[in-house]
Design a protein around this ligand. Sequence first.
Ligand code: MN
Length: 203
Amino acid sequence: MFTLPELPYKYDALEPYIDAKTMEIHHGKHHQAYVDNLNKALEKYPQFVDKNIEDILSDINSIPEEIRQQVLNHGGGHANHSFFWKNLAPNAKEVPGGEFIEAIKTVFGDFDKFKEQFSAKAMGVFGSGWAFLILTPDKKLALKRHSFQNSPLSDGNVPLLAIDVWEHAYYLKYQNRRAEYVEAFWNIVNWGEVEKTFDLASK
Ligand code: MN
């Protein structure tokens, strides 16, 4: 059975950028619902419940067709949110380092240009979805929008950085002002974690 991972910080830890009430509902209700619905989808297929969700999404064609879309939706929701929580941190450093920042400079020019382009991707998601920085199978950095809960893993890509732009991620505090939420996001990115993911994935 899949279970809701604990947040690596308290619900109010990301204040004032993401408010405690949003975190509580987002993690405790929305993420929990993806986990519950994933478990329900797999009831008839217990051979999958001991796998990790990242491996399942990376090999989505191994999932029986009659539940594949549910696994993409709810399994994607579980994986994306589990990833997103680790992507965020209170008291985060402002700028990444290591080989990651060198790769960012090579592809985007400089860190500010990268932030601009990532923010533009996040603003360009129509309806519910996510913006990702990914590492492609040929080890290139790229920006990608995904609708709903579709995971980069199902396309063979590794997510390095993600922002949830479903309204449930920001509506209580920011209402329709997605741009303010995206701007606030940059204050709480866990760059140490992003660097670690990049180092592992780029080997
Ligand atoms: Mn969400």
